[in-house]
Design a protein around this ligand. Structure first.
Ligand code: SF4
Length: 307
């Protein structure tokens, strides 16, 4: 399919994600400088840790601890699959299958295939959850996932193999001889190391913290590969809009500060038993404590504008 045959949404994606003529990658010395900054910031914390009990930092833990510490503590080890949170995983699997599918295929068929594959996967995934769904629940999940995949197919140009598309790509970086780990799982990447575009797909709207998520991904990718990615994009399937940021040294430094601050908070709360602070916000809506937390209840009753 040539660019002329793309619909306006697809052309928009090509325009915001394409590599501009004359683009120059960041010098590799940036990665060394960022690594040094991160290690300097984390060194006091690393001195308290051992490889037997390392500290794991993920996008989710950074987001939650920076949102509300009490929510973070309540969410530890309490993850559960739901139809709402598994639909994105099904959609990502459908995208993965579509990249290598030969010939035309309908979204519903890809979603069915994705559900079957996920059911059969033995790794820590939603296999059990999907297997145990009632026929009605499965139909509901299928409906949500078909909707998401259809929106993706309408919005993104067909992903060429030469763009090196990868879905659900996980990465991990160990620091201080395995005392601290940073880990990510990226929805979609395009391009090879050194010019990668990292894309987070959202079923709903875009929030300010989504940019922070992607900066964290960029930091991990830079430390893992030694080469910074080129561009970061949060793409809302609901609104067919992207929030895009170029990767710069400043972007990586911002991620370093957030990781250093977040790691310190996580350590204080989980290892030093510091009393968690309450910080009401949009996260109260999905906090496990929302039915008993007066601060959160008052916040939700007052109502607020989503930013
Ligand atoms: S309900 Fe809100 S304020 Fe209360 S613990 Fe949860 S996120 Fe924090």
């Amino acid at each position: 399919m040539s660019n002329k045959e793309l619909n306006p949404m697809q052309q928009g994606v090509v325009e915001v994600l394409g590599k501009p003529a004359g683009w120059v990658p960041l010098p590799l010395t940036v990665v060394a400088a960022v690594r040094e900054q991160l290690e300097t910031a984390l060194a006091p914390l690393a001195a308290k840790l051992s490889p037997d009990q390392p500290l794991f930092i993920s996008k989710g833990s950074l987001n939650t601890v920076n949102g509300c510490e009490a929510h973070f503590m309540a969410s530890l080890n309490s993850f559960e699959w739901t139809i709402s949170n598994v639909r994105g995983t099904v959609m990502h699997k459908a995208v993965e299958l579509s990249i290598n599918w030969r010939g035309p295929v309908e979204p519903a068929d890809l979603v069915d295939e994705a559900l079957t594959r996920l059911e059969d996967e033995e790794s820590r995934g939603p296999s059990d959850f999907i297997v145990k769904l009632s026929p009605g629940e499965r139909a509901q999940l299928r409906s949500y996932a078909v909707d998401l995949y259809t929106k993706f197919e309408e919005s993104f140009p067909p992903l060429k193999a030469s763009w090196r598309p990868v879905t659900e790509s996980s990465a991990r970086v160990g620091l201080f001889d395995g005392r601290i780990f940073l880990s990510t799982r990226v929805d979609l990447t395009l391009g090879g190391a050194g010019s990668k575009v990292i894309i987070d797909l959202k079923s709903g709207r875009i929030y300010s913290n989504h940019r922070e998520d992607l900066r964290f991904y960029a930091l991990v990718e830079s430390l893992r590969s030694g080469q910074p990615p080129r561009r970061l994009a949060t793409y809302s399937l609901e609104s067919a809009r992207a929030d895009v940021e170029e990767v710069s040294e400043g972007v990586l430094q911002s991620a370093v500060r957030r990781v250093a601050d977040g790691a310190k908070l996580i350590y204080e709360l989980t290892s030093e038993n510091r009393e968690p602070k309450l910080n009401p916000g949009p996260q109260c809506r999905w906090c496990p404590l929302k039915d008993n937390c007066e601060t959160g209840k008052q916040f939700l009753e007052r109502g607020f504008e989503d930013d």
